[in-house]
Design a protein around this ligand. Structure first.
Ligand SMILES: Nc1ncnc2c1ncn2[C@@H]1O[C@H](COP(=O)(O)OP(=O)(O)OP(=O)(O)O)[C@@H](O)[C@H]1O
Length: 508
């Protein structure tokens, strides 16, 4: 009688590991997957979807425990396969998933070393690829049968590097212990790898540049940081001959703030120009779209402010990936990825004819929304302290806990627990700095107060139409809450109606 290749328990363990390996690590349900594998050994505080503390790159306990636990099981399965035990696709696939999980954590710190060196503009020869390749061969090239993995070792090596970079950048750039912040991290992960990591690894990894990403959310909520996390975590091929990654990820992300530039400068920055294209164009100049590396990213901040003429030209890039420098008639191709951000309500801007619909629909195949600080604190008031600790740590390093306690106390006494943080995390950062230096923070003069006075006056004089009244009231509540969702909840209106009434640029 031939013995089954896997008993029920082993199969269940491998299936649980496969679920862990392919889940979005920042989603709140993810810890449950880890718990299935680890049982009582699972450490809730280490759950990946939590914000990381002081050291964002400290080794993670739960994944390391999982890797240690599966190693003997993977070894046993390898022995059985090596002895020629017949296996079907489902067993091979579980085996492959577990081996890749094991190998990722075996080399995780070595990959981090490559990330750190790239930050210092140094290129690393990844000698540990030799060890990786030895392990790869050990697990996948068995004496009596070749495990049918569809991947090359170098490709998986590149995928591991990308996953490690994504962890690093997401933790580095997106802070916050609320569910809203965790979901933002999960959305970034999805924007990088899509919801299906297997398909990503098979085919999509080299096509993500074709998908544009649009980031929306109030000012100061980290839209540029989200864009950096996505742009710096793109797939970069590994060259096994030279044992190097083909480009330094740290050199291929370019941010352009459109609201800070006149439209002619935007055009020339983006598309480039020929000599004599306009007065002052004394030299031929390549634009960002031309110089952008194929694995690179151009980030267009404040896209809502883009002039209609530039929108048309950019639309062509979005549709055909082609463009012409100013004064030129020859088409050039854009090879990178485009990410845009805005804090404007684009739905309203389109309604008012200020923003082209076709442009919007070309941008929104991948939409990421950053939550306001107020929204985060409504849901998890305790998140304020951890945010402050994180910021304090970034500002002064040692004694961050003491500063955090001082700032939290100050906020509690002087701003109150319901302060709306209209400037979001950017404002919180300034508040921490101010309390550090002056032991006080004066919030910028709140528009809400003036709004309130004007509304009261208009109400006394009975001069408002019903629509004006609603509009003003929406703006007033929005100024207090800083959140469309919360305003809609308080007014018992739907979010779209609220959005259509609010103009954050010229709040009443
Ligand atoms: N989620 C966040 N995590 C960490 N820091 C943040 C976050 N959001 C904002 N910050 C801090 O606020 C600063 C501003 O962030 P960023 O420029 O990304 O905001 P933004 O949403 O693009 O704002 P704007 O719409 O005004 O351009 C950052 O430099 C960072 O210090």
């Amino acid at each position: 009688m031939t013995m089954a290749l896997l008993d029920t328990y082993e199969r269940a363990q491998l299936q649980a590991i496969s679920d862990v390996a392919y889940g979005n690590p920042f989603l709140p349900e993810y810890p449950e997957r880890q718990r299935v594998v680890l049982g009582d050994d699972f450490l809730e505080s280490q759950a990946l979807w939590n914000m990381r503390g002081d050291d964002i790159d400290a080794p993670l306990v739960d994944p390391a425990t999982i890797a240690a636990r599966i190693e003997p099981l993977v070894g046993t399965l390898r022995e059985r396969l090596a002895q020629g035990a017949p296996a079907n696709d489902s067993v091979f696939s579980l085996y492959e998933d577990a081996v890749l999980y094991l190998l990722f954590y075996r080399y995780e710190s070595a990959f981090y070393g490559v990330i750190a060196r790239a930050m210092e503009a140094k290129q690393t020869t990844c000698r540990f690829y030799t060890d990786f390749l030895r392990d790869w061969t050990y697990y996948f090239h068995l004496p009596s049968q070749k495990v049918p993995t569809r991947h090359e070792a170098a490709h998986i090596f590149a995928c591991f590097y990308q996953v490690r970079r994504a962890f690093h950048h997401i933790f580095r750039y997106v802070i916050g212990g609320s569910m809203a912040a965790a979901q933002l991290r999960a959305a970034i992960w999805q924007s990088i790898f899509t919801h299906d990591m297997r398909r990503y690894r098979r085919i999509l990894y080299e096509r993500m540049g074709d998908f544009n990403t649009l980031i929306t959310g109030p000012s100061g909520t980290g839209k540029e940081l989200v864009a950096s996390a996505i742009g710096l975590s793109r797939y970069i091929p590994f060259d096994p001959e030279t044992m190097t990654f083909t480009v330094n990820y740290n050199t291929i992300f370019h941010a352009l703030n459109l609201s800070a530039m006149p439209s002619t400068l935007i055009e020339s920055e983006l598309f480039g120009h020929r000599r004599g294209a306009f007065t002052g164009a004394t030299q031929h100049r390549q634009g960002w779209l031309e110089t952008c590396h194929a694995l690179g990213t151009i980030f267009l901040d404040e896209i809502g402010d883009l002039d209609a003429g530039v929108q048309v030209k950019l639309l062509r890039v979005l549709q055909t990936r082609m463009f012409q420098p100013l004064g030129d008639t020859v088409d050039r191709r854009f090879h990178g990825k485009l990410i845009a951000a805005t804090n404007r309500d684009l739905a309203q801007a389109m309604e008012q004819g200020q923003f082209r619909e076709d442009f919007y629909y070309r941008m929104c195949s991948d939409l990421v929304v950053t939550p306001s600080l107020y929204e985060q604190l409504q849901e998890a008031p305790e998140a304020l302290y951890s945010l402050i600790t994180f910021i304090a740590h970034r500002i002064i390093g040692p004694e961050a806990d003491i500063l955090a306690a001082e700032v939290t106390d100050w906020i509690h006494k002087h701003l109150g627990d319901d302060y709306p943080w209209p400037g979001n995390i950017r404002e919180l950062e300034q508040c921490v700095r101010n309390v550090l230096i002056r032991q006080a923070y004066d919030p910028p003069k709140r528009q809400a107060q003036t709004s309130h006075d004007r509304l009261t006056q208009a109400l006394r004089q009975c001069t408002l139409t019903a629509d004006e009244l609603l509009r003003h009231y929406c703006n007033l509540v929005f100024a207090q809450t800083g959140s469309y969702a919360e305003t809609a909840r308080r007014l018992d209106l739907d979010r779209r109606t609220v959005k259509s009434k609010i103009d954050p640029e010229t709040m009443f």
